[in-house]
Ligand binder design. Structure first.
Ligand code: NAD
Ligand code: ZN
Ligand code: ZN
Length: 359
């Protein structure tokens, strides 16, 4: 039996969001993806969403994304076809797609650093076609897909593809948030809010959230921020120092990806503190070693590994973490251009995560 006989969609086309250089994208026809390696699976997307990183890509901040690439690295779907080497997933299984692809066998994977997998890492919607499409090819399916639990909520669980593990791993774990710590999160986008939600596992004494968008700050307050600070007056540093008796914060978490917010973090991190960078940066930033060399701080960077996805899934299923609160707008997948407009004008639209559904 030929593969084409198994899957009649081979040779047909599907709709997808295609990047055509900074500021240029189109909802257009692309070939239905086919199995290339024995570990691949083809997944029909049922729910997808847009990440702050996609906005960076659209600005031209991520040069590995080239003309013709289908965007998107988050999604829930149903397995349509599997390669001969896939053992953990079968046709018809509903799955959570990790934004990071992991062979689980290479040296980096065996250290738990899936983001640097020799034949994977963050490739979806970056160096290979992504999830903002009707179908997607997932390499190393056994290491990159997770079974969707019975009765799960797609809107909540799509946050496990990227933003919850990102906030938790790159922000909370790398920042080593501890009970009693004072934490500042700069950036109250979905990722900054994921940091806020997961930092509370550790009972920090205070969490200050800084952003320019009053709506997102109001959400942060509802999600447990002790104090929110609108930094548009340029006084965020002053305010944090005031709140901490001049000491600064134990953990400063950068969740925007620009120099201005990295600078705020450098100025508010206390002696002995940690500065955890989460944001994707398209441009160099100034590292103020003339101040920080003697400040006993630790600076961390991280591309999310999604190694904590199974643990976070359990917490979501327990009801103790409710990421569906991050979903503010809903669109059919073929209205994705409108969804980008809304997510790109988040302040005006009061938007957090936009949910894209492929019925
Ligand atoms: N390290 C990783 O693995 C990883 C994974 C996913 C996302 N990210 C990055 O995390 C960052 C946040 O993602 P998101 O989806 O929340 O993005 P987003 O664009 O929705 O949110 C960014 C927030 O920053 C705020 N902001 C912009 N300029 C500011 C300024 N000067 N001062 C204060 N606040 C400012 C905006 O108002 C917005 O609320 C992005 O850089 C994204 O690329 C990193
Ligand atoms: Zn992302
Ligand atoms: Zn690997």
């Amino acid at each position: 039996m030929t593969t084409a006989a198994i899957n009649p969609k081979i040779g047909t086309t599907m709709k997808s969001l295609v990047y055509h250089g900074p500021g240029q994208k189109a909802w257009e026809d692309k070939p239905y993806p086919s199995i290339k390696e024995s570990g691949d699976a083809i997944v029909r997307i049922t729910t997808s969403t847009i990440c702050g990183t996609d906005l960076h890509i659209m600005k031209g901040d991520v040069p590995t994304v080239t003309d013709g690439r289908i965007l998107g690295h988050e999604g829930i779907g149903v397995v349509e076809q599997v390669g001969s080497g896939v053992t953990e997933f079968h046709v018809g299984d509903k799955v959570i797609i990790s934004c990071v692809t992991a062979c689980t066998k290479c040296d980096f994977c065996r250290k738990g650093m899936y983001s640097h997998c020799r034949t994977g890492g963050w490739i979806l919607g970056n160096t290979i076609d992504g999830t903002q499409a009707e179908y997607v090819r997932i390499p190393h399916a056994d290491g990159s897909l997770y079974h969707f639990p019975d009765g799960g909520d797609e809107e909540a669980l799509v946050m496990l593809s990227d933003i919850l593990p990102t906030g938790f791993e790159c922000g909370v774990l790398n920042g080593q948030v501890k009970p009693g710590d004072t934490v500042a999160i700069v950036g109250a986008g979905p990722v900054g809010l994921a940091v806020l939600l997961t930092a509370q596992f550790y009972s920090p004494a205070a969490i200050y959230v800084i952003d320019l968008d009053d709506n997102r700050l109001a959400v942060a307050k509802k999600f447990g921020a002790t104090t929110v600070i609108n930094s548009s007056d340029g006084k965020a540093v002053e305010r944090v120092l005031e709140l901490t008796g001049g000491a600064g914060v134990d953990v400063a978490i950068e969740a925007v990806g620009i120099g201005a917010t990295f600078d705020i973090c450098q100025e508010i991190v206390a002696a002995g503190g940690r500065l955890a960078n989460v944001g994707v940066h398209g441009k160099p930033v100034m590292l103020h070693l003339e101040k920080l060399w003697s400040h006993n701080i630790a600076l961390t960077t991280r591309l999310v590994d999604t190694v904590t996805l199974p643990m976070l899934l359990k917490i979501v299923l327990s009801g103790k973490l409710q990421p569906s609160k991050l979903a503010t707008h809903r669109f059919a997948l073929n209205d994705i251009q409108k969804a980008y407009e809304i997510f790109g004008n988040a302040a005006k639209e009061s938007a957090l995560k936009v949910i894209l559904t492929n019925k």
